[in-house]
Design a protein around this ligand. Sequence first.
Ligand code: UN1
Length: 496
Amino acid sequence: MTDGKTNFINGEWVASQGGATFASTNPANTDQTLGVYARSDQRDVAAAVAAAKAAYPTWRKTPAPARGALLTKVGRLLEERKELFSQAMVDEMGKVLVEARGDVQEAIDMAHYMAAFGRLPNGSVVPSERPDIHCSARRVPVGVVGLITPWNFPIAVPTWKMFPALLAGNTVVWKPAEDTPGMAVLLVQLLADAGIPAGVVNLVTGYGEEAGAALVEAEGVATISFTGSTSVGKQIAGRCGQLMKRVSCELGGKNAIVVLDDADIELAIKGCLWSAFGTAGQRCTAASRLIVDSKIKAHFTARLVEETGKLRMAPGADPAAQIGPVVNRTQLERIQGYVAIGQAEGATVLTGGTPLTDAPLDKGCFYAPTIFDNMRPPMRIAQEEIFGPVTGIITVDGLDEALAIANGTGYGLSLSLYTANLRRGMRALDELESGIVYINLPTSGAEIQLPFGGVKNTGNGHREAGWMAMDWCTEWKAAYINYAEGSELVRAQIDV
Ligand code: UN1
């Protein structure tokens, strides 16, 4: 779709009311424009919210098993269109084809997982302290939810939010990242093809500071779910606090892998390569700190650099590609900036450290996988999220120091430890301060049936995915029903 009619409001594809548009480009070749999209503002958001509000009463009353059945249909259509979606994702976001397929697979899994929730309990019956009073608590939808989603998982992350919200009976207004509007259009068209009623899912494409901000402000949006940077998340959460809106934030990370002296080094190397350089480091679960015991550091480092040298950088569509481009030129420059900061701080580049400037990769946003040695915990490169293929080695002596350094940042999403010792592994599981802990596994690779989210500046206490996926998009309603005979009032706490 290239005519700018990319807002989906009340079941119709429309242009932005002001007629403004923006373009998306291919990160593997930034000369290639892929599409023109509606650049929405407050008026478009207001129309989308009105449509979602109008659709809400009927959707809320649709039985949950029927809402689940629709998600099953969505899951099947995603299976049918998996290849189409994956190819489009390679072009628009840049990840390599196998990873794009994984991104779509997470959405397929989420659709089927959430569909089953349509027939699972959504509350509990509890005893009353009074005779002949029925007490129960059940989940109810919040109303209209606003979703603001990132470009790095342009299908998985939106569907982690959208499918639970829909199953719970909410209607949705979605503002996808400006780097991946085309993926949003594909997904919303699929939802329409599956038979989602008009107004239940509405799409507004555009910029965060325009359409995204308007969605946060919009009266009638009960809850915001946001995945993105910690700085934007803090602004959104602050504003939602003032407006007394519920808000769920999944924000940055500064994830680490600890490699102890008893670890299987070859297994650890594979985990480090995948965590540091998979998706060109553009995962919130990426490992940008490798905390390595001094006893094995020399061997580990030599092997890691050797294996990094074998990684093939190419446009994601190339079947041999292992690392694709980063998402855009701004991001490329940001990464380069961090590498310069690291060097100025005294870390040394073992490999990488530059964008790729040889044709044809110079047309795209390719950055060489980069490993720093002599990274020290206070450095900015050891504290701040870089979101690119850059990692660094911090040398430690033993488990105590390793755990303290792993925990020593303002973030807490995903931490990993490699050891052959069960006691050390279990201690790490207890003491690592993150929402996700891995033992003998990479920091990336979360499965959709477990809670996803983190502590500290990584989020505000909510979790996505898993059986708690519906927590952020539902309220609890308590019910007391008197079926006693006679007209006596029995007061709780007083007459019993
Ligand atoms: C993200 O980077 O926002 O665990 C999500 C993983 C993926 C999800 C990442 N399953 O890396």
